[in-house]
Design a binder for this molecule. Structure first.
Ligand SMILES: Cc1cc2nc3c(=O)[nH]c(=O)nc-3n(C[C@H](O)[C@H](O)[C@H](O)COP(=O)(O)OP(=O)(O)OC[C@H]3O[C@@H](n4cnc5c(N)ncnc54)[C@H](O)[C@@H]3O)c2cc1C
Length: 425
């Protein structure tokens, strides 16, 4: 017998594009959805990326993600819990679902009360107040808890005193509340590879070595990429592929990173093609091991880029600071079998995707498997009613994340339509 879904509730952990897509799909099927996000805003990583369009769309799908984030803010049966985490999950008293304990960090600014006037941000002596979601056009302000002077015991409350709607409460305390759910979907995403761990590439010490994520942030903020040291357009740019992917390095968490992150070749090519058009004087070199061709648009992207870029099959061994803010790159030219050194104005490390920081804790809490790399195993034989979606189960771009999540959401709905619950394998 098919169940009426309007009386059912789903709990989604993680408000990136996976969690948000699932929330839209499940709510449009009639479910009440609780979307729990650890940050002060929804969006995950895709919210911080820039559009890479040239004269035509490059199908990076960032705008697709932004559209879904806007839609979910309007959805009436999606209840959003920000700055929150799943603290415990037990079986519900009637035995047909779950009771979740949600821990919420202190809500220093209540989004519903904030009118985004910006008076607080202008008054903050340490600039720790900023708009939460400028990319969505609608925003409220958030306080960076780690830098707020009031939270460090200092007598600072200018923001609170100036707020015209009393949206700021610097004495707010963490709270817990409980939610009932018939199904739980984990969509906690990934962490970008921490390039500070790649010592030989000088990230964090050589000013004009940036990561792909830094490049994305610059693109989003100013639609182009400049050298951090002098804000000038770079003339010679190098991308180094597979930083933190396909390597024997096991830190952090003792999981191997011998996997391809699946997104770096495409984002590096898209950013390169954009820069090649914007900075027509520039020369762009991509150092790669193999260019991995994922997705049906990749071949067109690659063919379009091939003539505009210099592609060198080599994994550079060392980066050093050089005169005029340049970066001296050492690599082996495998065709000539000789070691070469070449200066660049800017080096972009194409960092990959690592398992979510909270994957292990949640896997233990919900009794689910992680694979040998530390990602949640989407095909594990979990307790009935528990599902895993998006990049927390392995690297994927936005389009694939949405596709995978749609399949998992359909499985979740199917499970709830049937009574009693059956295992999700
Ligand atoms: C440098 C870089 C550039 C990229 N550029 C592109 C691109 O141009 N186009 C493209 O298609 N893809 C790109 N990607 C891939 C893209 O980022 C992912 O496909 C997408 O973000 C995956 O979405 P997600 O929801 O699975 O994960 P995430 O974006 O990581 O979202 C997960 C969410 O869960 C939250 N969360 C985590 N733990 C918890 C917890 N315990 N409790 C509650 N919430 C939690 C996080 O705060 C976050 O909001 C890029 C990746 C990288 C590394």
């Amino acid at each position: 017998m098919s169940q009426d879904l309007s009386a059912k509730q789903a709990l989604i952990i993680g408000g990136g594009i996976a969690g948000v897509s699932a929330a839209l799909q499940l709510s449009s099927a009639g479910l009440q959805v609780h979307l729990v996000e650890r940050d002060d805003h929804l969006g995950g990583h895709a919210l911080d990326f820039g559009c890479k369009a040239i004269d035509t769309c490059q199908k990076c799908n960032v705008c697709l993600a932004l559209d879904k984030f806007r839609q979910v803010l309007q959805a009436s049966n999606v209840h959003i819990h920000l700055a929150s985490q799943l603290d415990a999950l037990t079986d519900s008293s009637n035995g047909s679902g779950f009771r979740a304990t949600i821990l919420q960090k202190p809500q220093l600014i209540t989004p519903a009360k904030c009118i985004a006037c910006g008076l607080c941000a202008a008054a903050c002596p340490v600039n720790c107040i900023s708009p939460a979601t400028p990319a969505l056009g609608f925003t409220y302000y958030t306080i960076d808890r780690s830098r707020c002077l009031a939270l460090q015991g200092q007598d600072c409350h200018k923001c609170r005193d100036l707020c015209p709607t009393s949206a700021i409460d610097l004495a707010a305390q963490p709270s817990t509340h409980q939610l009932d759910a018939d199904a739980v979907l984990l969509a906690i995403g990934y962490e970008p590879y921490d390039a500070l761990g790649q010592g030989t590439y000088g990230y964090g010490t050589i000013p004009n070595v940036i990561t792909g994520l830094d490049a994305e942030h610059q693109l989003q903020a100013s639609a182009t990429i400049l050298r951090p040291s002098d804000s000038r357009p770079p003339k010679k740019i190098a991308f180094i592929q597979c930083v933190g992917s396909r390597s024997d390095e096991t830190a952090p968490l003792a999981f191997s990173s011998q996997y391809c992150s699946a997104v770096c070749c495409a984002y590096a090519l898209r950013i390169s093609r954009l820069l090649a058009q914007q900075l027509s004087e520039s020369q762009i070199t991509i150092f790669y091991m193999d260019l991995q061709k994922f997705g049906k648009d990749y071949q067109t992207l690659y063919s379009d880029c091939r003539d505009k870029l210099r592609l060198i099959r080599s994994r550079p061994s060392r980066l050093e600071p050089a005169a005029d803010g340049q970066v001296l790159l050492t690599y082996e030219d495998v065709t000539e079998t000789q070691v070469c050194q070449e200066p660049f104005d800017l080096v972009v490390l194409s960092i990959g995707m690592r398992p979510a920081a909270d994957a292990r804790r949640l896997a233990d809490l919900l009794d689910i498997d992680v694979d040998q790399h530390g990602f949640l195993n989407p095909l594990g034989s979990y307790r009935p009613g528990i599902f895993v979606a998006g990049s927390c189960s392995g690297p994927a771009d936005i389009a694939e994340t949405i596709q995978r999540t749609s399949a998992v959401s359909a499985r979740l709905l199917d499970t709830l339509r049937r009574a009693p619950l059956v295992a999700n394998i």
